[in-house]
Design a protein around this ligand. Sequence first.
Ligand code: 13P
Ligand code: SF4
Length: 370
Amino acid sequence: MGTAIAPVSCPLDNYLVLPDNSLDDRIQAAKRKVGAECIILGHHYQRDEVIKFADFRGDSYRLAKAASESKGRYIIFCGVHFMAESADVLGRDGQVVILPDLNAGCSMADMAEITQVETAWEHFIRAGITDDKGTGVTPITYVNSTAAIKAFVGERGGLVCTSSNASGAYAWATARNEKVFFLPDQHLGRNTGYAKGIPLNEMVVWDPYMLNGGLTNDQLKRAKVILWKGHCSVHQRFLPEHIERMRADYPGIQIVAHPECRWEVCQKADATGSTDFIIKFVKAAPKGAAIAIGTEMHLVHRLATENPDKTVLSLDDNGCLCTTMYRISPQHLCWALENLVDGNIVNQIKVKPKVKHWAKVALDRMLEVR
Ligand code: 13P
Ligand code: SF4
């Protein structure tokens, strides 16, 4: 395998016409050829045809940690864009991160643009609740955000969190300032703040599409938490009535929800937690247990298959698919790997050096907090 970047010898179009199940041998062969130089990381929401090739599977926290510890020269990230960016920030110098399909984004991460975040913060300064260093408000960004936003937060004394350490991130943030600015997922921010004992009436929602975020200075001054108006459309589909229906249909059923679900759903659920937490929850349940899960359907289906002694269901019968995670196909993975074998790097994710520094500060803080 060469290291120089040569013109792409295997055009993607040649792959996209091939059926899913026809590429397994080619993916295996290419993987063998690139060897230990390349690690494939896979998020739990990836489809089975892709995740089976992952050297390491995890939730966004564990994948970020794996990227920061990975020794190989190449990381192929089967996940979404913000995860690949974080891997590039946390990886070693010279390490190359590849996202097999550049269209694999995250609609929630797209709900906060850096210019909108800068505008909000300037408004906070004018309202007298913070300064440009973050004295007064600690910003926390969910890992589902651009590297530029992570850098913004890092430079202002804040940190990144994932769904598995949001509680620790709140504790870290409130030890520095009484007020927290949480973005872009209002639901994770609200669920976590509430679990830390902050009442709902001490949380306000900043709407980037309204003048002054739709808030008065007085509301900003009184609030303990300022939530960004962002959400995950996959997890918003789960409703409290789904829980009621499940409990009526399956007496004794356990409900576990991802904390990106709305507050009313998390309040009614028996437990909430990240994708890793959900997996452990299902594994720990006794034989014969019935469990309904409020998260992306690929993970739910996999858990149902891997736990045949339990009834594992999606909280919503219609299932909820993350269409951007789904964009990573066996065809894209095969294309990225075979190009690597030929010495071509395709779809490299490269965070700008000036963004990298502060994004790394914020991500390192995330890795230190549990
Ligand atoms: P996890 O932190 O549980 O991996 O969640 C990431 C995500 O995007 C869920 O929608
Ligand atoms: Fe983004 Fe939602 Fe997909 Fe997670 S499930 S990657 S938050 S769109």
